[in-house]
Design a protein around this ligand. Structure first.
Ligand code: NAD
Length: 283
């Protein structure tokens, strides 16, 4: 039976460290500030934005919410980001995704000052990660690396399979695992036999956005399984992994909820603080 990789507890420890770092920075006259931009009225997005604002308040950061209607034009959104780029109270800018239809995610992300790109989605930061250079790393994959480190999961020389190739989870995840000297396979919707790939893996990261896509038959005995998926169902929140089934085979597994979700928020706070510390050094 697998042991739990406890994201909630790991995130709590990280937030405690961040409170201390935040107090030091405030002593120098800098309060970390996060701008959260919400466009339209997607209920899940509103929940995520609320959680992020609360998390900021809990560690002593300022947060600023900018809500635009679903009818907002791309120019209005780009102009707002331009203003936030110039606002010295703001160290990190987050545009909550998905955006309403008709707005280009690429153009919107591309407008964010790379020095305020708290999500690490700007092509410059994505490129730095791909080149193995230091920079702002997307929160979810960064959080996954942090929990693997906390539980001393051996990575070097082992096989990792990442299920999903999105720019916000799958691809940056694969780069981070490569950076940890793993042999990395990326699977996606056109992979013909997902189970054949995952069964070879010592570490499986599932970020497919498909509830229960990975079951016990697809997991090697003793593998480590990280479930990034989040789905709100009538039975509660579930992930991309059939937890009970996979927990029979895995050595370690993240629960949903209480796994990757809390870590993502903790890493958002850490990225905001890093950007504020950098800005503080420039002043
Ligand atoms: P996405 O829809 O952008 O990407 C999904 C990826 O999965 C795609 O690359 C697709 O090719 C792949 N995929 C789809 N069906 C597949 C299949 N049958 N076999 C193999 N690959 C398949 O999603 P995303 O933004 O990367 O998010 C993935 C999941 O993670 C979602 O459930 C999302 O809600 C969740 N998520 C959670 C957090 C968190 O904090 N825990 C953060 C971000 C995303």
């Amino acid at each position: 039976m697998a042991q739990l990789l406890d994201g909630k507890e790991t995130a709590r420890e990280i937030r405690e460290e961040l409170k201390t770092r935040c107090a030091v920075l405030k002593g120098k006259g800098v309060t970390p500030g996060l701008a959260v931009v919400l466009v339209g009225n997607d209920p899940a997005s509103a929940i995520y934005v609320g959680q992020k604002e609360k998390a900021c308040g809990d560690v002593g950061f300022s947060s600023f919410r900018y809500a635009l209607p679903a009818s907002a034009t791309e120019k209005e959104l780009l102009d707002l980001i331009g203003q936030l780029n110039a606002d010295t109270r703001i160290h990190g800018i987050l545009v909550q995704l998905p955006l309403p239809k008709g707005l280009s995610v690429d153009r919107v992300i591309g407008r964010i000052d790379p020095g305020k790109d708290v999500d690490g989605f700007h092509p410059l930061n994505a490129g730095r990660l791909a080149c193995g250079l230091p920079g702002i790393v997307p929160c979810t994959p960064k959080g996954v690396m942090r929990i693997l480190e906390r539980y001393a999961i051996p990575l070097e020389g082992r096989n990792a399979v990442v299920v999903g190739r999105s720019n916000i989870v799958g691809k940056p995840m694969a780069h981070l695992l490569l950076g940890a000297n793993m042999t990395v396979t990326i699977c996606h919707s056109r992979t013909p036999d997902l189970g054949a790939e995952t069964r070879r893996a010592d570490l499986i990261i599932v970020a497919a956005g498909r509830p229960g896509i990975v079951d016990g038959s697809m997991v090697k005995e003793g593998a480590v399984v990280v479930d990034v998926g989040i789905h709100r169902t009538a039975e509660g929140i579930v992930g991309d992994v059939k937890f009970e089934d996979v927990a029979e085979k895995a050595s370690w597994i993240t629960p949903v909820p209480g796994g990757v979700g809390p870590l993502t928020i903790a890493m958002l706070l850490e990225n905001t603080l890093e950007l504020a510390e950098r800005a503080g050094r420039k002043e």
